[in-house]
Write a protein that binds this ligand. Sequence first.
Ligand code: G3H
Ligand code: 13P
Ligand code: ZN
Length: 324
Amino acid sequence: MIEYKSIGFVNTREMFKKAYREGFAVPAYNFNNMEQLQAIMHACAETNSPVIIQVSKGARKYANPIMLRYMAEGAVRMVRDELKATFPIALHLDHGDSFDTCRSAIEYGFSSVMIDGSSLSYKDNIELTKKVVEYAHKYDVTVEGELGVLAGIEDDVVGEATTYTDPESVNDFVNKTRVDSLAISIGTSHGAYKFKLKPGEPMPELRFDILEEITKKLPEYPIVLHGSSSVPLEYIEMINNYGGKLEGASGVPEEQLRRAAKSSVCKINVDTDGRLVVTAKVREVLAKNPDKYDPRDYLGPAREALKELLIDKNVNVMGSAGQG
Ligand code: G3H
Ligand code: 13P
Ligand code: ZN
C-alpha cells in the first residue's frame, strides 16, 4: 500500500470546499503520456491553479499503471522542487468500473477514485458505490459516484428522461453511499461529437434547470461534470486543413461551463480538447516540415500548445487560476 500523502497528493475534500465557496471548478485533466502531464503541470504552476490529474482505464492499459503512478510522482517532484509551486494536486482514477480497479488504484497511491456505476440499476449502483466508499475512506481517499447516464442529446436510442440525472434520487443516493462528490448528466457527453446539429442550428443549452434542482436537494455538495470539452473550431479546422477528417464535431460552449463552474459544479473533466490540440499541432508541424523525424520536434510544440490551451481553460473556463 502506497500512501498518497507521502507522495504529495491531496484528496479532493478541501479542494471542493474551496471551489464551492469561491465559485470556481477544479480542472480535471486526463493524461496518458509524459508530454500531457508536463503540459498540465506547467499550466497549473503558471496559473497557480489546483488540479486533478486523472487516469482512465484506457490510460492504465496504454501506459501501464506502475508507469503512470511513477510519472505522477515525478510530476509532483518537478512541481515542488523545480517549479517551486505549491498548488494542490490530486491523483484520480477516472471511470473506475469495479471495486477491484478502485482498490488497485488506492493501493498504487491514488488520492481519489471514481466508481462509475451509472450503467447499473439504481440499487446495484448504490451497493457498488457504497462498497468502494467504505474501503476508500479507510485510507482517506475521496470517491466520486455517478448518477444518470451520459448518453448525450444526439442519442436517439435512450430517451431523454432516462438520460438525465433525476434530482429526486440524488439525496437518497448520497445518503446511502456517503459518496464525496457526484457526477451528473445534464446534457454533456464524451468525445468530439457532442451534439448533432443541422446547418445553422445553435448549440443546445445544458440542462441548468436540472442542475439547480440537484443543488437544492444537495446544498453545499460538490457536483462533477464529465464530457466538458468545448471542441474549439480552431483545432478542428487545423486538423482538417492538415490532412485530418473530423466532420460535424461540436462541444460545450465555454460560457456554459463557466456558468456551471460558478455554481455547485466543483470539478470539470476535460480530455478531448487536449487530444485535439495535440493532434492539430503534430499535423501542422509534420505537414510544414516533412523532413522532421525526431518526436521532440513535433511533440515539443504540441506540448506547448496544450499548455497554452490549459492556461486559457484555468483562467477563462474553470476560474481556478490564482486558487492554488
Ligand atoms: O471519460 C473518458 C476519458 O476521455 C478517457 O478516455 O478511456 O479513451 O482514455 P479513454
Ligand atoms: P471530454 O471527452 O468532453 O473531454 O470529457 C472527458 C471526461 O469526461 C473524462 O472523464
Ligand atoms: Zn468522463
